[in-house]
Design a protein around this ligand. Structure first.
Ligand code: ACO
Length: 332
């Protein structure tokens, strides 16, 4: 018999500092009106001082541990989805492990950009179903503000910082909370969103300049790709789940652009009331965007539990990840 999995807790953490669209007009040629109408974004949280993605991840992890009432010693794996690593090594997952004291956990990071949480769920599900693990903590944390060219108005207005976490464990009843997962990648479209890692050759081989580490994006191509392909991938995943689209209560999409979210809503014929969006307050927080949107919607009562939901993300790679889940009471 397939081992049923429980989503035991979800959480999020964002930094305190807030930058509004109006604030951005002080450093680039933009306007609140342009940003709001093209993206839906009004403000974003950004790291300050010595705060890092790891710090946000630790706080999100601690909240998910508390919420799920799991003993830290019982966590078998910590998977961190972090597109913008604090250190190349140690991994973000190892740094979070040390801080939360989950010393029985194996730890590693994955890079799937904004699809990171869903990729993490796919891996965690396989680990639990194969009896390799009983409990897996996924932490999605990204500090994109540290990797933006703040003079490039085409990218810097779009992103914010944040972290989210999800605890998965073997279900103590028959209910399986993860009904289907679908992970896709199209590496041939890798040029759409890129962040080069700075590095240079040995000066004895050739003199060279160090390239800055900035996000570069072809927004138009990303937009076209997502509105064309994502609905098809979502429909495939829903079919795999055994549910019908009408039986799914909520759609929780990656928060990259309000116009993309509305296009999805229309194409999938989802009631706008049941499509979760908080892009206006957080902008695109990369891998953290889905757990932030999910947790906040549960805590505010916008998502009423128990419920079924589609979680879906896309990002650099290009990667796409979708899952159909059951959400129990008390997870946030
Ligand atoms: N303020 C004012 N004007 C701007 C700004 C700005 N911040 N940015 C661009 N413009 C200008 C452009 O220079 C251009 O001017 P021009 O016509 O004189 O050349 C004009 O606005 C239109 O620019 P477009 O790029 O055509 O604007 P578009 O409507 O395509 O919107 C956007 C751009 C918001 C980036 C959109 O393409 C988008 O959201 N794409 C998807 C992005 C996305 O989902 N990314 C996922 C990333 S996830 C990850 O993995 C990191």
């Amino acid at each position: 018999m397939s081992i049923p999995i429980k989503i035991a807790g979800v959480s999020f953490q964002v930094p305190e500092a807030v930058v509004t669209n109006d604030d951005l007009t002080k450093i680039i040629d933009t306007s609140d009106e342009w940003i709001r109408t093209r993206t839906g974004i009004e403000r974003r949280h950004v790291l300050s001082g010595n705060e890092t993605a790891v710090d946000m991840g630790i706080k999100a992890a601690q909240k998910a541990i508390k919420q799920s009432k799991i003993n830290v010693e019982d966590i078998d794996y910590i998977i961190a989805a972090a597109s913008v690593e604090t250190h190349a090594y140690p991994s973000t997952a190892c740094e979070i492990q040390a801080a939360v004291g989950a010393m029985n956990a194996a730890c590693f990071d994955i890079t799937a950009a904004c699809s990171g949480l869903i990729y993490g769920m796919g891996i965690a599900r396989a680990l639990i179903k194969s009896e390799t693990a009983k409990t897996v903590l996924i932490v999605a944390t990204d500090a994109v503000s540290r990797c933006l060219d703040w003079s490039d108005r085409t990218t810097c207005v779009l992103f914010g910082d944040g972290a989210g976490a999800m605890m998965l464990t073997v279900s103590d009843d028959e209910q399986d909370d993860i009904l289907a997962v679908s992970l896709k990648a199209e590496g041939n479209l890798g040029d759409y969103i890129k962040m080069p890692i700075p590095g240079k050759n040995c000066p004895l081989v050739e003199p060279n300049e160090q390239e800055p580490m900035f996000v570069k994006m072809n927004g138009k191509e990303v937009y076209k790709y997502v509105v064309t392909k994502l609905p098809i991938y979502i429909e495939e995943c829903v079919e795999k789940s055994g549910l019908k689209m009408e039986e799914i209560d909520y759609l929780v999409p990656h928060q990259a652009n309000m116009r993309i979210i509305e296009a999805l809503e229309e194409r999938l014929k989802f009631n706008p009331e049941n499509v979760i969006s908080n892009i206006k307050d957080y902008a695109n927080t990369s891998a953290a965007s889905i757990p932030i949107a999910l947790t906040e919607a549960i805590q505010s009562g916008k998502i009423k539990l128990p419920a079924t939901a589609i979680l879906t993300g896309f990002g650099a790679g290009m990667t796409v990840g979708t899952t159909v889940v059951r959400l129990r009471e008390g997870i946030a």
